[in-house]
Design a protein around this ligand. Structure first.
Ligand code: HGY
Ligand code: MN
Ligand code: MN
Length: 402
């Protein structure tokens, strides 16, 4: 079988069948689209000879038993997408894992293997993410079950309604000594492999993330009668800060800072804005630098607010530390790569970020056309996906857990 062409066929099918209408793929967790995807992924896992069940966190688990007492090697990624996202982000790692196991179905392995299709990595529907891997790693915060989506549905109710067991999550922590490691194959979502004319690359580490809500407060008034002098316009303060973010980010090598959400009130064309809240996201491979950058940006924001006669406060709403990939597990992929795979850091985060709290992790990137992701035109070629299946299949057959 041409594993790459099969991967392309399957990804096209699931993108069409399991998505809300509209450009690209929109498949949020614990939705009808997710349920359709579960049925399709079940077929992939069964074709690979895996036993299939959904765990309490809504993760679909396909398992191949190993020799008595053998450790389990985990392979996985996420089934969900961003709204109007691509057909490869996340789900590619699930289909390539299934195809590699299908390719070695009749070969003996030294480990048991599980393919994991996690429900929610993007954190779009709820202001939290990575429930699936965090439950396995024992780092899940049950308090997040109370978080609600835009319709006021709690994560708890959405999970229960999908057939998950919110009250069974605590018992799902895996025993680290039983797990050999976690491998995630993922589209690069950046331009590096394409620039290096490489189909595949080994990930060195995954950046850390911090998200902060910044609130600027001024005083509203009639846009036509209040003189320009002396206004306390919260949007002017926020706008001056947003305009400075790119320059501030460049002061730290490799740091990324983005303002992707902003709310204005009263939000009327004839009323001076008196309250603006925005979300600043800062990413870096180096947590200490990220912390220093966030502190400096907060300081600059406060100075801007003061100069504009506005109030200011900043609150951290999310953070996950940078994690390094395990050299020994990465070397298993490198040797299976039969040649020198280029290495690169990941600016995007992944389920592997959370799995690192349970076991060693390694990631294999697949070349991404034009470095475009989180967009309908995200694309990886069948040939490159086929190369990834070959590397993973060779890694599985040769793998000897430490
Ligand atoms: O935000 C990220 O890096 C990932 O796509 N959720
Ligand atoms: Mn993504
Ligand atoms: Mn992803």
């Amino acid at each position: 079988m041409d594993w790459g062409e099969e991967a392309a066929r399957r990804l096209t099918r699931i993108a069409e069948a399991a998505s809300l209408p509209g450009p690209g793929v929109t498949r949020l967790p614990f939705t009808e689209e997710h349920r359709v995807a579960m049925g399709i992924i079940t077929g992939w896992m069964e074709a690979a000879g895996l036993s299939v069940q959904m765990d309490a966190a809504g993760t679909l688990v396909g398992r191949r038993e190993g020799p008595a007492g053998a450790k389990t090697l985990l392979i996985g990624s996420h089934q969900d997408s961003v709204p109007g996202g691509g057909a490869y982000d996340g789900i590619m790692g699930v289909v390539l894992g299934c195809l590699a196991l299908e390719a070695v179905k009749d070969r003996p392995l030294n480990v048991a293997v599980e393919v994991l299709a996690f429900a929610d990595e993007e954190g779009v529907r709820f202001p939290t993410a990575l429930m699936g891997p965090r439950v396995l790693a024992g780092t899940f915060d049950a308090g997040t079950l109370a978080m609600q989506d835009r319709d006021g549905v709690s994560l708890r109710d959405a999970l229960a309604g999908f057939g998950g067991e919110p009250d069974g999550l605590a018992q799902m922590k895996r025993r680290a000594e039983e797990i050999a490691g976690y491998l995630e194959l993922h589209i690069e979502q950046g331009p590096v492999l394409e620039r290096e004319d490489a189909a595949l690359g080994l990930v060195t580490g995954i950046c850390g993330i911090e998200r902060l809500e910044l609130r600027f407060t001024g005083s509203t008034g009639h846009a036509g009668t209040v003189p320009m002098d002396g206004r306390q316009d919260a949007l002017v303060a926020a706008g001056r800060f947003v305009a400075e973010v790119p320059g501030m980010a460049r002061e730290w090598d490799g740091l990324r800072a983005t303002v992707g959400m902003l709310k204005v009130s009263p939000g009327a064309p004839n009323a001076i804005p008196d309250a603006v809240s925005l979300v600043l996201e800062v990413r870096s491979e180096r947590d200490a630098e990220r912390g220093a950058a966030v502190a400096e940006m907060g300081k600059r924001a406060a100075e801007i607010a003061e100069r504009t006669g506005c109030g200011f406060e900043m609150e951290q709403t999310y953070q996950q530390p940078a994690v390094l990939c395990d050299p020994a597990l990465s070397d298993v992929l490198a040797r299976a790569g039969q040649g020198d795979l280029p290495t690169l850091p990941s600016g995007a985060t992944h389920d592997a970020s959370a799995m690192a709290d349970l076991c060693p992790i390694a990631m294999l990137f697949v070349r991404c056309r034009d470095g475009v992701s989180h967009r309908p035109d995200e694309f990886a070629s069948a040939a490159d996906m086929g190369a990834a299946v070959d590397v993973l299949a060779r890694a599985l057959v040769s793998y000897e857990p430490a």
